[in-house]
Design a protein around this ligand. Structure first.
Ligand SMILES: [Zn+2]
Length: 713
């Protein structure tokens, strides 16, 4: 999993600097609580989180008190009798909630890094309270009136650029959430939201039920083709489910994918595949079709209250794509190439099947199986051989080297105990500017898997950069789940894990290089925030990294060119399948949110839409409608699933600028532009504008097509 956790709402300290306290008197809410999780951070680097004082018993109280404090601060802003200005409304909003933000930092650590059953109980109790708290801010009419007044004044007489930008972001955010509606419509809006949240919950429970209820148990003579490690874990799962002596294929992606890839039993492949794609679509009590229809209807009603024709138009207004048409246009262009590639892939696989005398026509449950046969024949990569060149600590040094070349950063390990950490595995580095020596931030690394840590890899900040109250020292973190090596042993990782390590470091560099005044400028734009991190992955296979850091653990020799070439060639393998199954879901998401959903029957709609698109019969959507949790178990990716492709287009297009520069990926001129326009401004500049400043034009899709091995015409 690749995910960035952004702090909830603003970050700020209750300190008097610059604007607000000089000319106008601003009341402040004093921290009276003794709760350790709310206290100002002490120690070096402008204060650091007191991870050594974290006790679960303080958590719930800290969040509750923190929220109460923030609401008091918001009330003071809302009830100010002076005419609304940027200084007496927006600035104090940016500053508010400092104590709560500190509590949320600890809460984030508990949830992601050191979770426990007790923590999950607390989280359950806190969820509705946090949701109430945020609606109280969003629905504060007096507050919104002031924001609106500041916004309207700024439309006549613009503020300086960054102030203007955050006023627009804040105002748009409130309006999108219904703050500008009259009382009657506000009530309707809230009622719809309430219904939606219960439907989201039912949707995901239904998918979960179908994942748990459809397990295929195999006998010993049905294991042909399956890798030993897979068989072992299937046996263990069967035993846990009371089927000792059998092998359980559960109805989840992590079980389905390897089974379809390796099992020689075609009928069983069909059965496992069918169970998987039918999740939520079995016409029983866990069927999601009716729920989808209701969700779409309610979303449309809700945005209609705000004057929008459809949900997607409302959703995309503050995204880089801006309109559903722009997102659609991109997807349709790539779709033509990816479906054409599917035809070639199917022909390749059919040939393999025929040569083996398998007497079959490729069906959806055969795709992964024969693709694996083709892959082995075409690019036989020995993953163990690759691993010998990928030492975790060397990779970290490589990342520091890249950060030094592109960002002029220097990393220095802190001696143990200099700043508190939440687990003995966590190490901390000081990040400074190579030229000036100025300290920029700290980088916390929590590299290893352990019980209570969530899976995947992610990046986060404990404190982001802002300058409106004086320059803040950034506290950034990277978290992964590498296997902890035995003492004295070297940690070796796979190529894709190495890419992910670079990816997350890209997020950290995005935090560390921020040069913005206000907390709101650190907010993310969903179809843009993955771009910077994806781009950084490209430095893993640059010559300087390979020769200096991808060295064999025993011989110290750099990874051979031939091996690198093999890895790169394998990267565009099966892109017809991967791109098409993803795009089918992304296109469907956008279609659902641009049509009139009255009386929609999702199964029928899905079928008709795919037929109209010319969906290859050998592939199904990566997430069929009735199991598309990104879109229907919440709103996070609703009308937003296209975002992965959007960020990929930027990544490929930007990488080509480096590839074609005089000094390649280490070209100083391009690197300077990269930092200046695409990293440092975060959300202080409209991303589309920022990209144009870097590139001299909008991003084009040709580079992405080349990267995926598609024709560009
Ligand atoms: Zn990411």
């Amino acid at each position: 999993m690749r995910k960035t956790i952004q702090p909830l709402l603003g970050i700020g300290m209750l300190m008097c600097l610059f604007f607000s306290c000089t000319s106008e008197k601003q009341e402040e809410v004093q921290l009276t609580s003794k709760n350790p999780l709310l206290q100002e951070w002490q120690g070096p680097y402008g204060g650091v989180p007191a991870f050594d004082k974290m006790q679960l018993k303080d958590l719930q109280g800290a969040i509750e008190e923190g929220m109460a404090m923030k609401l008091k601060e918001i009330d003071i802003i809302a009830n100010n009798s002076d005419a609304p200005t940027f200084e007496n409304t927006i600035i104090p909003m940016e500053k508010s909630g400092a104590a709560l933000d500190r509590a949320f930092t600890y809460y984030g650590i508990w949830r992601s890094n050191v979770s426990s059953p007790e923590l999950r109980e607390i989280a359950k109790a806190l969820a509705p309270k946090i949701s109430d708290y945020s609606s109280k801010i969003k629905q504060n009419e007096k507050l919104f009136k002031r924001i609106k007044a500041v916004y309207e004044a700024s439309q006549k007489e613009p503020l300086e650029d960054e102030a203007q930008r955050i006023v627009e972001l804040i105002y748009t955010g409130f309006v999108m959430d219904g703050a500008d509606l009259d009382a009657e419509k506000k009530k309707q809006y809230a009622a719809i939201d309430k219904k939606l949240s219960s439907l989201y919950n039912s949707f995901s429970n239904n998918v979960l039920a179908d994942e748990e209820n459809y397990v295929v148990y195999l006998k010993k003579d049905q294991l042909s083709g399956l890798p030993e490690s897979f068989v072992k874990s299937a046996a263990k799962t069967a035993e846990e489910k009371g089927h000792a002596g059998e092998y359980a294929i559960t109805n989840t992606r992590s079980s389905m994918e390897p089974f379809l890839m390796y099992s020689d039993e075609r009928d069983l492949r069909k059965q496992v595949w069918t169970n998987y794609i039918k999740r939520g679509d079995n016409r029983d009590e866990h069927d999601n079709n009716k729920i989808i229809a209701e969700i779409l209807q309610l979303r449309n009603e809700r945005v209609a209250l705000l004057g929008y024709d459809n949900y997607a138009t409302w959703r995309l207004q503050n995204r880089m794509a801006k309109t559903p048409e722009n997102a659609m246009d991109l997807m349709e262009k790539v779709w033509v190439a990816s479906t054409a590639r599917v035809k070639e892939e199917v022909a390749d696989m059919q040939k393999v099947a025929d040569q083996r005398g398998d007497k079959i026509t490729i069906e959806p449950w055969d795709y992964r199986y024969y693709a694996e046969k083709v892959r082995k024949a075409k690019y036989d990569l020995d993953s163990d051989e690759v691993k010998q060149y990928l030492q975790l600590e060397k990779l970290r040094e490589a990342m520091f080297f890249v950060a030094g070349e592109l960002f002029n950063f220097q990393f220095r390990a802190l001696e143990e105990g200099k700043v508190p950490v939440f687990h003995e595995d966590v190490r901390v580095w000081e990040v400074s500017d190579k030229t000036s020596g100025d300290v920029i931030g700290l980088w916390y690394l929590d590299p290893y898997a352990r019980k209570g840590k969530r899976s995947g890899a992610w990046a986060t900040t404990y404190r982001s950069f802002t300058s409106y109250e004086g320059k803040k020292i950034v506290l950034a973190s990277n978290n992964s789940n590498f296997i902890k090596p035995a003492p004295g042993e070297v940690s070796l990782v796979s190529w894709s894990d190495a890419e992910t390590f670079f990816h997350e470091f890209g997020h950290a560099l995005h935090f560390l290089s921020a040069n913005v005044k206000y907390p709101t400028s650190n907010s993310g734009v969903r179809d843009y925030t993955e771009f910077q991190s994806q781009l950084l992955e490209r430095w893993l296979s640059t010559d300087k990294v390979i020769n200096g850091f991808l060295t064999h653990q025993k011989t110290g020799e750099p990874m051979p060119k031939s091996l690198v070439k093999k890895i790169e060639a394998a990267a565009s393998f099966n892109q017809g399948f991967n791109t098409t199954e993803y795009l089918a879901s992304a296109l469907m998401d956008m279609k659902y949110h641009t049509v009139d959903p009255t009386g929609i029957d999702p199964v029928k709609f899905e079928k008709e839409t795919l037929t109209a698109l010319g969906m290859p019969k050998e592939i199904v959507m990566r997430h069929r409608s009735t199991q598309f949790g990104h879109v229907f178990s919440g709103e996070g990716y609703a009308a937003a699933y296209y975002g992965y492709l959007w960020a990929d287009v930027l990544t490929s297009d930007a990488a080509e600028v480096f590839a074609n520069a005089p000094k390649g990926f280490y070209d100083k001129e391009v690197a300077d532009k990269l930092v200046k326009y695409l990293f440092a401004p975060r959300n202080a500049i409209d991303p589309a504008k920022a990209y144009k400043l870097f590139r001299g034009r909008d991003a084009r899709i040709e580079a992405l097509m080349r990267d995926r091995g598609f024709p560009t015409k």
